[in-house]
Design a protein around this ligand. Structure first.
Ligand code: NAP
Length: 254
């Protein structure tokens, strides 16, 4: 059974490509009104156009850097102004930086923690009061298996995702009696341009790589979107608070 989201309003950060776009698309296909937010205006407009073709007048977009609380507040306010409230928040915006710890600059550290961790706090901080006004809601934090498995070169990214997991669990305990569920999803390798900064194809809303360049073993962004849909249709008395997803058959380690 798929969820019916016809009266629901969602905000998806990082909705212009990759996992965020797939989640926004899945929510729209199931009837939700969706506001996407990310930094690059051209990418955002292109994604919003593609989504609006699926669901005319049910998609909006706000240029947003989740590291800036005022911009986050504006993103959440748009959901209320345009669609009347906020029920679902998908904290998906994220960046990767993979360097040995002594080579990470303070600015790079701040960018990773600011986006992947503080940005999620800002979004929850701005969204929770609005969800309370609706009588409840659902918050998804897109974490990573890097939030439980540290690896060399992952100091900043691991720290951001380990932190996000702890943040999610505490927020879940704070918000549960307001009818707000919080889940965090920890995918392994997903087929997006995440690991190829600068390579994202503006010409492909959703950020999928051309078929010839796909690695068939990786998780498809649509599979992460399906996990969000599955959680949304769980009975409100139950909360699946943490989901791990991994490729079934990654290349064997030599
Ligand atoms: N791909 C993987 O293998 C994988 C695995 C596990 C977890 N994840 C997590 O999944 C999430 C999405 O990853 P993805 O693979 O879909 O990456 P992606 O294709 O690079 O997309 C990232 C999205 O986040 C936006 N973004 C980046 N910084 C932002 C900021 N400061 N404010 C607002 N938006 C921002 C980007 O747009 P702009 O650049 O225009 O802002 C883009 O829309 C991330 O949190 C990542 O850590 C990915």
């Amino acid at each position: 059974m798929e969820p019916n989201l016809e009266n629901k309003v969602a905000v998806v950060t990082g909705g212009s490509r990759g996992i965020g776009y797939s989640i926004a698309e899945a929510l729209v296909r199931h009837g939700a009104r969706v506001v996407i937010g990310s930094r690059n205006a051209a990418d955002l407009a292109q994604a919003a156009d593609a989504l609006n073709k699926l669901a005319p007048s049910r998609v909006d977009a706000v240029e947003t850097d989740v590291r800036d609380y005022k911009q986050v507040e504006r993103l959440m306010a748009r959901a209320e102004e345009r669609f009347g409230g906020l029920d679902i928040l998908v904290n998906n915006a994220g960046i990767g930086l993979f360097s040995p710890v002594e080579e990470i600059s303070p600015e790079e550290w701040d960018a990773v923690i600011g986006t992947n961790l503080t940005g999620c706090f800002y979004c929850v901080r701005a969204a929770a009061p609005r969800m309370k006004r609706r009588g409840g809601g659902y918050i998804f934090n897109i974490s990573s298996l890097a939030g439980k498995n540290a690896f060399a070169g992952g100091a900043a990214y691991n720290a951001s995702k380990f932190g996000l997991n702890g943040f999610s669990e505490a927020a879940m305990l704070d918000l549960r009696y307001d009818g707000i569920r919080v889940s965090y999803i920890m995918p392994g390798s997903v087929e997006t341009d995440f690991a190829h900064p600068g390579a994202h194809p503006g010409a492909h809303p959703g950020g999928k790589r051309e078929p010839g360049r796909r690695s068939s073993w990786k998780i498809d962004p649509e599979d992460v979107a399906q996990a969000v849909l599955d959680l949304l249709r769980t009975d409100p008395r139950t909360m699946i608070s943490r989901v791990e997803m991994r490729p079934s058959q990654p290349p064997r380690k030599q």
